[in-house]
Ligand binder design. Structure first.
Ligand code: MG
Length: 382
């Protein structure tokens, strides 16, 4: 660990404050410009940024109060695009790994930001994995190019912004009292997404049903292991106004999952089972739909390809997110007009969002007409 940290600090070599060690202290560098890179081409800089969550966030297998994040910016000729890597710890990336990855890139070799295909292929080829760090570059590049074109990406892709779905709002696993409080806070949202996967599943649903009759999505986060019991529960959930079931079983239980989807009265959606473009093919016939998240799939370019492929296979599409600032969420929302469902509440779950962008108005994903990913910088950090 100590060696890792030393390597990280040496590799990064960016944080000029004397005597600083450890990631925590890097957060204190807010406002410091971070990475130099300029030979006349694209200039990449980044800043570690810890997201503060409003509530302790509990899933079937973990809970936490913060999310590690790295903000990026790419600049050329005075135009700046913003990006972000949000890295919930269970996905395996960290401030250290993202810093290492971003430090290893040389974007100054690219003088034409419109060569996005070549640039992002290079970024993807530098090392495997690091999907959130790659997304941070991809999003900033899309933002930059959209700003140069003076158009938002939903328009460049040819989507009608009025086609966006309502977003769900996530209710984590908690005590009945807190769950009721969270449902009250979620008043503007037309659909709630309920985290299940523990012994309290039916209690969670009954608690929510005691205060609202809004439609529910459930996300089991791989928490069910018996397919027959899972099917029984899905029938019960349908009677209780649930409209879809996300990742009910472990990602390794492919045959059980195919059986469950075939017999399920509700659509099933792959999340942990699916990361990148080739996984869409693997999910076909096993799930009814896929949850595309920029942090899993390296960003907007591949997300757009996944959306197109899934629709061509007659699969449903959800656009999701991690806990993210408005940067990541606004980037994802550019795809929302072509999604069946949206789960884009990541920015409202945090208390220190430095951006404003896509908004949820009466529960609906509402795109701005600002270019790129539609962001406004509220608090300039770097
Ligand atoms: Mg999920």
């Amino acid at each position: 660990m100590k060696t890792d940290r030393r390597n990280f600090l040496r590799t990064a070599g960016l944080f000029a404050l004397a005597g600083m060690t450890g990631v925590e202290t890097l957060f204190a560098t807010s406002g410091k410009k971070v990475i130099p890179s300029s030979k006349g081409g694209l200039s990449l800089s980044f800043l570690p940024y810890e997201l503060q969550l409003q509530h302790v966030f509990t899933l079937a297998n973990s809970s936490r109060k913060t999310t590690p994040d790295v903000l990026t910016r790419i600049e050329i000729d005075g135009v700046v695009g913003y990006g972000e890597a949000s890295m919930p710890p269970y996905l395996g990336e960290s401030i250290e790994s993202a810093t290492r990855f971003l430090s290893s890139l040389d974007l100054s070799q690219f003088t034409d930001p419109f060569q996005m295909d070549d640039i992002l292929q290079y970024v993807d080829s530098v090392m495997p994995g690091n999907t959130a760090a790659k997304a941070a570059v991809d999003i900033a590049l899309h933002d930059l190019v959209g700003k140069i074109l003076k158009q938002p990406w939903y328009k460049i892709w040819g989507f009608d912004p009025s086609d966006t779905p309502h977003t769900s709002f996530t209710i984590g696993i908690d005590t009945p009292e807190i769950v009721r409080q969270k449902v009250a806070e979620a008043a503007p949202y037309k659909i709630l997404k309920v985290k299940l996967g523990l012994a309290t599943d039916r209690e969670m649903i009954e608690t929510i049903r005691s205060v609202t009759d809004r439609p529910l999505c459930v996300d089991v986060n791989q928490g069910w292991t018996d397919r027959v019991k899972a099917l029984e529960t899905i029938h019960w959930l349908k009677e209780n106004g649930v409209i879809l079931v996300e990742q009910p079983m472990p990602k390794t239980a492919v045959d059980d999952m195919a059986w469950l989807t075939q017999n399920s009265p509700l659509p099933t959606v792959a999340d942990e089972s699916l990361q990148r473009l080739p996984d869409v093919i693997k999910a076909h016939g096993v799930y009814s739909g896929i949850n595309i998240k920029l942090m899993k799939c390296t960003g907007m370019r591949e997300a757009h390809q996944m959306l197109t492929l899934a629709r061509s296979l007659d699969m449903k599409v959800m656009i999701g997110c991690m806990t993210e600032t408005s940067c990541g969420v606004s980037a994802a929302s550019q795809l929302a007009p072509k999604a069946d469902w949206a789960d884009l509440d990541g920015n409202v779950l945090i208390t220190n969002d430095p951006f404003a962008g896509m908004q949820i108005i009466d529960g609906k994903v509402t795109l701005t007409d600002k270019p790129g990913i539609g962001l406004k910088v509220v608090k300039k950090l770097f």
